[in-house]
Design a protein around this ligand. Structure first.
Ligand code: ZN
Length: 275
């Protein structure tokens, strides 16, 4: 933290901090619970770098101290992805965590910036067997390296491969970080009775829900980012040594190249711009 404005006195200047991203109004029902990602104010959620200025710069103007979380001894370049990829994954997995005990199976579709953290969070919060699905071998290697029990190539054979790995029972929870028509279809097809199907990817795929369209008692939910208190939990998890964030670092001048690599699916883990 480089400077403070009037009335901001909770953190000393120089304190390393992370910035919570989905800024809400701070006063509505959900914001009062720290779930600013679901703020109901008409202005909606206003993240820095998306709705207001910030992010790709040397300094970021933060609207309230409540959006700061102490970084402690974590390396800022490694930890910055905790605020988006880490928090989004953690929030989704945490709600399904009570179901992910021994004998359960979690499928992670997309082993990129979010998915490679989700695999580690599933491992940290439960005892599920983790099956990762991606379309490139380097992402599957990353998935194995961060703790996936199985990593299988996406496509026409993925459904059968997951059926084999679960002895036909299907997955207890499916986390789809792609969200395309193909992947949400796979998520529905591999879900077990009582499964959680969580769609996080922004691929605009749709999953039909209705009598016998999905396994009985299956739940489908979509999620957006996470709460302020969950970011504190993600940081604690990182401090415990159970989150290894894969990053590739770019200078500000290389930012457009990083975005191009991202759009081509070439980024392994998360791309971080360091001004
Ligand atoms: Zn609000």
């Amino acid at each position: 933290m480089a400077a403070t404005g009037e009335g901001a006195n909770h953190f000393a200047i120089g304190t390393p901090v992370l910035v919570y991203g989905p800024w809400g109004c701070g006063l509505c029902r959900y914001c009062s619970e720290g779930r600013e990602n679901y703020c109901t104010h008409p202005s909606g959620v206003r993240p820095p770098g998306i709705a207001v200025d910030g992010a790709l710069a040397e300094f970021l103007l933060v609207d309230s101290e409540r959006h700061l979380v102490p970084l402690g001894t974590l390396d800022p370049v490694q930890a910055v992805a905790l605020t988006d990829a880490g928090l989004t994954s953690y929030s989704a997995v945490k709600r399904s965590a009570p179901r992910l005990g021994a004998g359960s199976v979690a499928v992670v579709i997309g082993a990129g910036g979010l998915g490679h953290l989700a695999i580690q969070i599933i491992r940290a919060l439960g005892a599920a067997t983790v099956i990762a699905v991606d379309i490139t071998e380097d992402k599957l290697q990353l998935a194995r390296a961060v703790g996936a029990d199985h990593a299988i190539i996406g496509g026409t054979d993925a459904q059968e491969a997951i059926a084999d790995l679960t002895c036909g029972r299907g997955a207890t929870a499916v986390f789809d970080f792609v969200g395309s028509q193909e992947t949400v279809g796979l998520a529905g097809a591999v879900a077990a009775t009582y499964a959680d199907i969580v769609i996080l990817g922004v691929g605009h795929g749709t999953l039909p829900v209705g009598y016998r369209r999905l396994p009985f008692e299956a739940s489908v939910r979509n999620t957006f980012w996470g709460s302020r208190s969950e970011l504190w939990e993600v940081v604690d998890l990182a401090h415990s040594g159970r989150l290894d964030v894969e990053v590739e670092i770019h200078s500000l001048e290389e930012a457009s190249r990083a975005y191009k690599r991202l759009s081509r699916g070439e980024v392994l883990g998360r791309a971080v711009i360091v001004p």
